[in-house]
Write a protein that binds this ligand. Structure first.
Ligand SMILES: [Zn+2]
Length: 321
């Protein structure tokens, strides 16, 4: 029986008109303000099927948003993967050869290996080296409330709190498979004021996801005071946002066998009250929650051997603030 394809409920902008850029690097737009200030970068399509970032960058460029101080750079990162997007097989556009968001280590970037993503990463690297503050807009495979991935240092959490959204702030060290851009070089140095935030804005193609991305971008620009305040305020939704909660990732459940299944219906940000609750079976192995009030972050609805089934986290007290 044929499975119906996933719904794509957002318009996919044609970004070919932005390919020329204005920096000598395709799909990179840089604008300098008339006064000194921070260099902020907003990035979309780190993953080519995560279209919310392309929608926001296209909107900012069409609105001719320019900095009143500092520098604003807008990057369509894996534009080539995005250009391959096909609504009949929308997951395929995540990347061309490898995950663009797992190569951000000096030894990988300086090493001999070549893929289309690594070529693009090397081309864009000077943009990040010049960036003080980066907002990297992503989305998720399965429905889940929006999350900020704040890295492992307090400065990442502070930036997420300064934006006031999204409602969940995740403290984590990234993936074993390779370093994320948000953890690249200065962004992961607690002694360096430069900072990065990755926001997972919702499910890839849900209608609300680009709105979360847009509001995140506008609040990021307002926080660093690089764009005209009246313009930003005209588009920032005035409604009060829910308080943010911080969750620390403690465990990554990787699928070891070909017969993995969750023992109960799961969804993103679900909390399991009791330690020792049976969460999943992986072949002969029972996986149980390690502590009370265990949060399931991005559980995979289509678990595959070798991949991450779910990450487990617990609410942190945020007294460091
Ligand atoms: Zn992503």
């Amino acid at each position: 029986m044929n499975q119906p394809g996933p719904r794509v409920d957002v318009a996919i902008p044609d970004i070919a008109g932005w390919a020329c850029g204005n920096t000598g690097i395709p799909y990179v737009w840089r604008f300098d303000g008339p006064a000194s200030g921070p260099h902020v970068t907003i990035q979309g399509v780190t993953h080519g099927n995560e279209v919310c970032g392309a929608i926001v960058l296209d909107w900012l460029l069409r609105r001719k948003v320019r900095p009143v101080r500092g520098t604003l750079t807008l990057i369509f990162a894996n534009a080539a993967a995005y250009e391959s997007f096909d609504a009949t097989d929308p997951y395929a556009a995540r990347c061309l050869d490898e995950d663009f968001n797992r190569v951000w280590d000096g030894c990988v970037l300086d090493g001999p290996r070549r893929t289309r993503e690594l070529d693009r990463a090397r081309e864009l690297r000077p943009c990040y080296d010049a960036t003080d503050f980066l907002l990297d807009l992503h989305s998720m495979t399965d429905p889940c409330p929006a999350l900020a991935l704040a890295g492992r240092h307090a400065k990442g959490q502070r930036l997420a709190r300064a934006l006031g959204m999204p409602p969940y702030i995740i403290v984590d060290a990234g993936h074993r498979a390779g370093r994320r851009l948000r953890d690249y070089a200065q962004f992961d140095d607690p002694a360096d004021a430069r900072n990065a935030l990755l926001i997972e804005c919702g499910q890839h193609w849900e209608r609300s996801t680009p709105l979360v991305a847009q509001q995140s971008a506008l609040r990021f620009l307002r926080h660093f005071e690089v764009c005209d305040r009246a313009f930003l305020d005209a588009f920032i939704e005035p409604r009060e946002l829910p308080p943010q909660q911080t969750i620390e990732i403690t465990d990554v459940v990787t699928i070891a066998s070909a017969s993995f299944s969750f023992a109960l219906p799961v969804h993103g940000m679900m909390t399991i009250a009791r330690a020792g609750t049976l969460l999943a079976r992986d072949g002969e192995r029972d996986i149980r929650t390690p502590y009370d009030d265990c949060v399931l972050i991005m559980p995979a609805q289509r678990p595959k051997q070798g991949e991450t089934a779910v990450r487990l986290g617990r609410y942190l007290d945020t007294s460091y603030q």
